[in-house]
Design a protein around this ligand. Structure first.
Ligand code: F6P
Length: 545
């Protein structure tokens, strides 16, 4: 099955036979206006594609491909709640989570925008209560420490956003300590619990399904820790659960079964994919950090991107262009590695967030009609704060043997910091590094005179396609725009590849097999049918305990 065996696809293959050999440096020589021609702005955010290996013709052909795939119809279906997640028979409506209250969207006869805002209001009451010191632990002490227990989409988004937007911490949330716990082995939670006061700690158990073993194992440990702390006072378990646990889930009954009373529930819906759930009540830690008004600003920023995505012709549509240049790189230039390089310490968790967003969404090898794909889909993504990565893996980007496309993400206006220390010079240094690295990666050592006379080991071949995403300033609003931009990019690519980006069947088997292996590890049962590697490792582990 080849989605590119079409008129536009054939034209693109043909185009790639010539452009595939071109060097980005020579493209800049030929066209000194590349920046004007290939950069696109929205208030607060600029996308510069001029260091991609593209021409106007490339973009025209890619837009023709998008039209051929009826992208406009797919965008409409996404935004209006068609059941485009076919394997799970439901819509994917994360955009509804940031739709203003005066709009309506009916799913199965219910206006879900009302539901969304009711739940935001419920979350707001809870946030205000905690900020006002009115949420009390079992001993009557106010809660001042929150531990979010979740994994994947129930962890990465809030974790990333709290780190990115710490500067916007509100006065009444300044005294709240926030922690994130995710690792299944218990190493995160156990080292954290040692430092916490159980009488002032509230656990937020975040899990869409409320069946994820990683999360439930950490939640059990937290419950046991509290029970032990309160055992001398003879505190009832139900009271501990009521005062020290909040549940955030799409499955209320499972929260009840686990012991969290209904009054402590926050809800979202099965039409919100886990990796698209930061905008829902899963975002509670974000609201606790930056306040509800900050959280609503983040939603508003994402909504701006949604409207732009819906209303803008492909030729000027930022998510569409970002996606299509990715398609060009992956499917026509053969580039299957993608580095995410934020030049801003506040965006340190963006790479791991995008790893899940992109690879769990589009890491698929079957089409919507269940045929095997005959082309590459999602590339391998990884990343790191750009300046740190310069001292780690940039050697490979500059002189390794594999082509890598790179996203540089940075902010024009600097981080102010909480203590009046002047960071102007550091900000300028950071920006000069960001610009220098994307320049060398794209243009190679043509940027310095006489480089061609240097020995081979000192040469920089360049021609790694680079995108720059420049925020005016990192705020909840621009942050919301940025993340929504990537979400829509992922969707557009899925449309071109004809795959469903909203399921994740590839993660299920691991869960089943792990459950099956547990008895062999605990010594309850042997499993002679196991392969010799797994059996040998289990034996070795068991001899060490
Ligand atoms: O392992 C896959 C996954 O289902 C992700 O898609 C999801 O974000 C994560 O696990 C956590 O799931 P839940 O929120 O249901 O605990």
């Amino acid at each position: 099955m080849n989605v590119f065996a079409t008129e536009a696809g054939t034209d693109l293959y043909e185009h790639a036979t010539t452009l595939g050999k071109a060097h980005i440096a020579s493209m800049f020589k030929q066209n000194p206006n590349r920046f004007e021609d290939f950069s696109y702005s929205l208030p607060g955010l600029m996308l510069d594609l001029s260091k991609q290996r593209i021409t106007s013709e490339t973009l025209n052909l890619l837009c023709a491909l998008a039209r051929e795939k009826q992208l406009d119809q797919w965008i409409n279906d996404l935004l209006t709640g068609e059941k485009i997640n076919e394997s799970e028979n439901r819509p994917a409506l994360h955009t509804a989570l940031r739709t203003p209250v005066d709009q309506t969207l009916e799913v199965d006869g219910v206006n879900i925008i009302d539901q969304v805002h009711e739940n935001l209001a419920r979350m707001e009451r809870l946030v205000n209560q905690i900020h006002a010191g009115q949420w009390l632990g079992c001993t009557g002490d106010p809660i001042d420490t929150i531990v979010n227990i979740g994994v994947g989409g129930s962890d990465l988004g809030p974790f990333m956003a709290c780190k990115a937007l710490g500067e916007f911490t509100t006065t009444n949330s300044r005294d709240i300590e926030l922690h994130f716990v995710s690792s299944m082995d218990g190493s995160h939670i156990s080292s954290l619990l040692d430092k916490l006061d159980p009488t002032r700690t509230l656990f937020v158990i975040s899990s869409k399904s409320f069946t994820t073993i990683d999360t439930l194992a950490n939640a059990e440990t937290a419950k046991e820790w509290l029970k032990r702390a309160y055992q001398y006072e003879g505190t009832d378990e139900a009271l501990i659960l009521a005062r020290h646990f909040i549940g955030v889930s799409a499955t209320p009954q499972r929260m009840i079964d686990w012991g969290i009373p209904e009054s402590n529930h926050l809800y979202f819906w099965d039409w919100t994919g886990g990796r698209y759930s930061m905008w829902s009540t899963i975002g509670l830690p974000i609201a606790l950090r930056i306040g509800m008004s900050g959280f609503r600003e983040m939603l508003a920023g994402a909504h701006v991107m949604d409207s732009h995505f819906r209303d803008t012709p492909f030729e000027h549509n930022l998510p569409v262009l970002l996606a299509l240049t990715g398609i060009w790189n992956i499917n026509f230039l053969g580039i299957t590695a993608h580095a995410i390089l934020p030049y801003d310490g506040r965006l340190s968790h963006l790479p791991s967030y995008l790893e899940q967003l992109e690879m769990e969404s589009n890491g698929k090898n079957t089409t919507r009609s269940h045929e095997l794909v005959g082309y590459n889909t999602c590339p391998v993504l990884w990343g790191e704060i750009g300046t740190n990565a310069q001292h780690a893996f940039y050697q490979l980007l500059h002189q390794g043997t594999i082509p890598v496309m790179c996203d540089f993400i940075t902010c024009a206006v600097r981080y102010e910091g909480p203590n009046n220390i002047d960071l102007k010079r550091q900000h300028q240094l950071n920006l000069s590094n960001c610009l220098a690295q994307s320049q060398i990666l794209a243009l190679g050592d043509t940027v310095i005179e006489g480089a061609d006379k240097a020995p081979a080991y000192k040469r920089y071949r360049g021609n790694q396609p680079c995108t720059t995403l420049l925020l005016d300033k990192l705020t909840p609003h621009t942050f919301g725009m940025l993340i929504a931009l990537y979400e829509h990019k992922v969707f557009v690519q899925s449309v071109i590849w004809n795959i469903n980006p909203f399921d994740q069947w590839g993660v299920e088997l691991g869960k089943t097999i792990a459950t099956g292996l547990l008895p062999a590890l605990t010594g309850e049962a042997d499993n002679p049918s196991l392969d010799s590697s797994t059996r040998g490792l289990i034996h070795h582990i068991n001899t060490k305990r």
